[in-house]
Structure formats: structure tokens, C-alpha cells
Design a protein around this ligand. Structure first.
Ligand SMILES: Cc1cc2nc3c(=O)[nH]c(=O)nc-3n(C[C@H](O)[C@H](O)[C@H](O)COP(=O)(O)O)c2cc1C
Length: 170
């Protein structure tokens, strides 16, 4: 027994998440990037994360060629960036309309993002229509701000102040 895709998507809309832009750079494809919510921390030692990318997306080709990618966690003023990188604009326009620079490992880093991780591909696992890409984190950069959130198919913002509700993960 299994659930249908519509029922599954409806259920997954109740998973609240942050929003990230995964970027890649390669000789053949240039700079590429796409919006994702399927991002997770995997391990601290060694530092590893994962992203799940549809097999049909452009950005995956750049990751395959260069074996490097970045995850840029968006802040609450970057809804427009999320829309552009999820198909609202061409790859050229996405990078022309967003301030970015080349990170220490050669991947595109979005200047305003709340946090960025530069990764090298450790493993790529096929699952249904998607690739699960596990990356080791080579560099990280944190900036000030609040995160952009996604819930029930809509962008959201944190309602309460972090200083009042800081949860320790130690
Ligand atoms: C909020 C949001 C979250 C998304 N999350 C994912 C995701 O986790 N994985 C994925 O493959 N596509 C995701 N998408 C869809 C891609 O961003 C979209 O298909 C994108 O245009 C693919 O990039 P491409 O132009 O490189 O093909 C998401 C879209 C939105 C709006």
C-alpha cells in the first residue's frame, strides 16, 4: 500500500522549512542555481549536508561536472530571489538580478544570504524522481538577519524574536 502523489504533496506542505538556493559553477555550463527546501544537516564530524534535486534541473549538470556546489540559505527579504531561482527567470537573469561573488572553492555565493555553505560532492543517490546529493562542507559563512520560511505552499516569516526563544542544540 502507498499514498498517491497529491495526498503526499498535501501532507508535505505541513513540513515547515527554510528556503535555500543551491548554486554551481562549471566550465561547460557556467553559473547555475535553483531554489530548494529539501536541505538537511547530516553529520557534524565530518560536516555533511544533503540536498534533493529533481533529475531534470539545470543546476544538477553543473554539480556533476565540477563536483562542487553551494547552499545559500535565504533571508526574509529574499522572497524575490527564491521566485527567480525557482523558474521565474532564466539562469542568466537569476545571476544578473542577484548580487553574488565567487566563493573560496569557486562556487557562486549569494551576497545577502543568511548563511552559505560551500560543499564537495561525497555521494549521489537516486531516489524516485530526485537525486539525493550528500556534500562535505568545505567553507561556511554566516551573516545577520532572519530566515525566509516556507509552509503550506507560502512564504512565511518568524513571528517571534529569536532572543526570547533561543533553543540550544548543544
Ligand atoms: C519554495 C520552493 C522550493 C523548492 N524546492 C525544491 C527542491 O527541494 N528540490 C527540487 O528539485 N526543486 C525544488 N523546487 C523547484 C525548483 O526550484 C525549480 O524547478 C527550478 O526552476 C529548477 O531549476 P532549473 O532552472 O535549474 O531547472 C522548489 C521550488 C520552490 C518555489
Amino acid at each position: 500500500m502507498t499514498v498517491g502523489s497529491e495526498e503526499f504533496k498535501k501532507a508535505m506542505q505541513l513540513w515547515a522549512s527554510g528556503v535555500a538556493v543551491v548554486t554551481s559553477q562549471s566550465e561547460k555550463f557556467g553559473v547555475r542555481g535553483m531554489t530548494v527546501t529539501a536541505f538537511s544537516s547530516v553529520s557534524a564530524e565530518p560536516p555533511q549536508i544533503l540536498v534533493c534535486l529533481n533529475q531534470s534541473v539545470d543546476t544538477g549538470e553543473g554539480i556533476d561536472e565540477n563536483q562542487r556546489f553551494a547552499v545559500n540559505i535565504l533571508n526574509d527579504r529574499q522572497q524575490d530571489v527564491s521566485n527567480q531561482f525557482s523558474g521565474g527567470s532564466s539562469q542568466e537573469e537569476r545571476f544578473a538580478n542577484t548580487a553574488w561573488h565567487v566563493g573560496t572553492t569557486g562556487v557562486p555565493i549569494l551576497n545577502e544570504s543568511l548563511m552559505s555553505l560551500e560543499c564537495k560532492v561525497m555521494e549521489k543517490v537516486r531516489a524516485g524522481t530526485h537525486w539525493i546529493i550528500i556534500g562535505e562542507v568545505l567553507a561556511s559563512n554566516c551573516r545577520s538577519g532572519e530566515p525566509l520560511l516556507y509552509f503550506r505552499g507560502n512564504y512565511r516569516q518568524l513571528a517571534d524574536s529569536l532572543s526570547e526563544n533561543t533553543a540550544s542544540v548543544d
